[in-house]
Design a protein around this ligand. Structure first.
Ligand SMILES: [Fe+2]
Ligand SMILES: [Fe+2]
Length: 375
């Protein structure tokens, strides 16, 4: 078995993780090396998100083992300009790789040039977004913009041959102390969720990026983020779905500043929703909420019933989703109306809840005016 401390790890053909993992650490950067081989024995070597000087000795050692020397780097791609992504590019270009080029978006370039990189080294990826770029070796790379994930000009990089998508901070996360190996599983969710809620500005940006990923042809088989662990196989779809459902950043602004009174009011709304749901779900209504790992930090249950302890609006939306999604429209709408009506009655921010109509889902701008209109 490979040792993360000393070995590069091949995550796909000619695609290597060349990072550093300190024992007991929980937050790591992931640099990757992609080697495009030519028939004549030559190659084009592309470093993706090479990181900062703190990891560079390790990157250098692992690259040397693969391509002889980091000096044989022909190009560096960076997702955005953060120091953990590419602050080493300045010294790398100045000292080791005087011919190498830097591939990034123009928005990223405007800032990354402050790492002391000459403009002659820069290749803008923006013109290649639609059709991809053809490398001198004949291979293709496709820049895939992921605006506001988390930088406005963030761009992912897709390698359609290996079906590896380098996603930058998107799908990155903290790693559990006792995690072993390079591949993500269920245990990565807590750290990924926390990282996205800290660094991503809005769920709309996550959903935009996930939609762009779903349009890729062929679909990616591996997501290679700049933090956390590599997502592969069945976990790709699993984490695409989970990330696109996650409220982050401004989605949580109102909820973060909720007073005790507001949380008490959310508790009351949720109890009314559970009460209505019991009519058709019986006692399984509560079980559905207790069993949901994402609701666990928001709700407490005791003999008097449920209590909302944080993120009230989001917790109510999530609960309504869990209680109604599989139900026929008439039943689902009764519960959804109850949630919308109870929240407005208690002067809470309106939850985003879709009402099903004649087999179609209609988005209700859930304010009282709209509510009365539909009632
Ligand atoms: Fe970043
Ligand atoms: Fe990062």
């Amino acid at each position: 078995m490979s040792d993360l401390m000393t070995d590069p790890i091949e995550i796909a053909p000619d695609t290597y993780w060349v990072g550093r993992r300190d024992p007991g650490g929980i937050f790591f950067a992931n640099p990757y090396l992609r080697v495009f081989r030519q028939d004549d024995g030559g190659s084009m070597n592309v470093l993706v998100d090479p990181g900062s000087s703190s990891d560079f000795a390790m990157v250098q050692t692992k690259c040397a083992a693969l391509i002889g020397s980091v000096k044989r780097t022909h190009a560096v791609f960076i997702n955005h300009q953060d120091p953990d992504v590419g602050s080493v590019v300045g010294p790398l270009f100045a000292r080791f790789a005087p011919q190498a080029k830097l591939l990034c978006s123009e928005d990223t370039w405007r800032l990354v040039r402050f790492f002391n990189i000459d403009k002659s080294r820069y290749i803008c990826t923006d013109p290649f977004v639609e059709r991809g770029m053809r490398l001198p070796t004949g291979h293709h790379l496709v820049p895939v913009p992921s605006p506001y994930c988390h930088f406005a000009g963030a761009v992912m990089l897709y390698d359609p041959e290996t079906r590896v998508l380098f996603t930058g901070d998107l799908f990155g996360g903290l790693t559990a102390k006792d995690a072993t190996g390079l591949y993500a599983d269920e245990s990565d969710w807590a750290g990924m969720r926390a990282f996205h809620q800290l660094y991503m500005p809005a769920r709309a940006a996550l959903q935009y990026a996930v939609a762009a990923i779903r349009r890729l042809d062929p679909l990616p088989e591996i997501l290679a983020p700049q933090h956390g662990r590599v997502i592969s196989g069945e976990w790709v779809e699993h984490y695409l779905r989970r990330i696109s459902e996650l409220p982050v950043g401004v989605d949580l602004l109102q909820d973060r500043n909720a007073s005790e009174d507001q949380l008490r009011a959310w508790t009351s709304v949720l109890r009314r929703v559970i009460h209505t749901s019991r009519a058709y779900l019986g006692s399984t209504a509560e079980t559905r909420l207790i069993d949901d790992p994402d609701l666990a930090p928001c709700l407490e249950f005791d003999e008097s019933g449920v209590r909302v302890v944080q993120l009230g609006k989001w917790a109510l939306e999530r609960a309504v989703h869990l209680l109604t999604d599989e139900e026929i429209p008439a039943v689902a709408n009764a519960v959804r109306y109850e949630a919308i009506y109870a929240a407005s009655e208690l002067d809470l921010p309106s939850p985003n809840i879709e009402l099903a109509e004649e087999g179609e889902a209609a988005q209700v701008a859930a304010n009282v005016g709209d509510f009365q209109l539909h009632h």
